[in-house]
Design a protein around this ligand. Sequence first.
Ligand SMILES: NC(=O)C1=CN([C@@H]2O[C@H](COP(=O)(O)OP(=O)(O)OC[C@H]3O[C@@H](n4cnc5c(N)ncnc54)[C@H](O)[C@@H]3O)[C@@H](O)[C@H]2O)C=CC1
Ligand SMILES: O=C(O)CCC(=O)C(=O)O
Length: 411
Amino acid sequence: MNALAATNRNFRQAARILGLDSKIEKSLLIPFREIKVECTIPKDDGTLVSYVGFRVQHDNARGPMKGGIRYHPEVDPDEVNALAQLMTWKTAVADIPYGGAKGGIGCNPKDLSVSELERLTRVFTQKIHDLIGVNTDVPAPDMGTNAQTMAWILDEYSKFHGHSPAIVTGKPIDLGGSLGREAATGCGVVYATEALLAEYGKHVKDLTFAIQGFGNVGAWAGKLIHERGGKVVAVSDITGAVKNPNGLDIPALLSHKEKTGKLIDFAGADVMNSDELLTHECDVLIPCALGGVLNRENADNVKAKFIIEAANHPTDPDADEILSKKGVVILPDIYANAGGVTVSYFEWVQNIQGFMWDEEKVNRELKKYMTRAFHNLKGMCHSHNCNLRMGAFTLGVNRVARATQLRGWEA
Ligand SMILES: NC(=O)C1=CN([C@@H]2O[C@H](COP(=O)(O)OP(=O)(O)OC[C@H]3O[C@@H](n4cnc5c(N)ncnc54)[C@H](O)[C@@H]3O)[C@@H](O)[C@H]2O)C=CC1
Ligand SMILES: O=C(O)CCC(=O)C(=O)O
């Protein structure tokens, strides 16, 4: 089942649990706007290359649409659509005044030079600048993009609309980025994990963790787990995977990766098959890379007792069913990785106020939002006798449905 079919299925199940009116259900499912643009750039050698860029704006009932832009070879319209819809429920779960959107370009950023990436980002921005805006749709980083990508979008957008720092979040601090945004998704993942574990009387320091993906989210989550005394026993990225049953020295692994560009050949670890990361012996599995990685092929072999969905849509519905029968507790993406968009909200607020918060305030507020959202989510689980994924979906969908109804439909 592709990401969109799976997301729609979860949404419909939540709508059924909530007893949502079928007309509202239909209106919430159809995206507000889908944008597809052709982006042609000259490569450094002068040859031309074309890419397809997408921005799907799913819903704006609760506020400006919000979501990252992904550069990855597997970006396709259905996946962007699913990720945009997930953003709508995620911002509602976090209770920040946004709707949902997502964008992407089907490209491999590793095959492009920095100047080619800059040209591609600028052409994409030229094609969509009239359809995004500080109060309409605010992009941010996702897989394959980073603060520099946001700086190029900000610069290109500002040529058309005047200096607009709040047009993107996750930008460099020197351009109005927020302290703490770079770490925010990983940090939120750890706050979410702590909130969940507390329900079971468990603590990070007593448990073992396996992390798939060691980019922005995975590396920050790993670092913060390591700082709290948790044992990260296996880590993978696109270059390979490493393990150490006594716990990897995450700061040393990070500097090894920084120097060599790879995880393998790290002195404090053994190399392992990347495919085995998800089924590796551990207490807590944290997928921090692509969607659909947990599926009917591998779900039965998962050994973790807890799965924290730091990636978007890492578990397909077949795996969801298999894992829940095995008694594995899954903390869903639309809550677990909401720390990123929450601090994006703080960044946008700071830009609009023209007033910068210190990092301590950012992290304090992040923890407050993540903890409150967890208790709201648990409340829905109790009220509707459902699992954590449906707790999160019903929480998010109910808030968006209420806002939609309050706004009304009069033309
Ligand atoms: N950056 C953010 O603020 C947020 C990101 N997310 C989600 O978290 C996930 C990761 O995003 P980022 O860390 O930002 O991306 P990133 O581009 O910084 O890192 C992605 C990591 O995944 C690894 N990877 C790619 N394919 C892999 C494979 N087949 N096996 C193992 N590792 C693989 C890459 O090598 C890299 O280490 C995505 O699903 C994204 O949508 C969710 C919320 C916010
Ligand atoms: O920070 C943001 O605005 C969006 C982050 C994002 O794309 C996500 O949560 O999946």
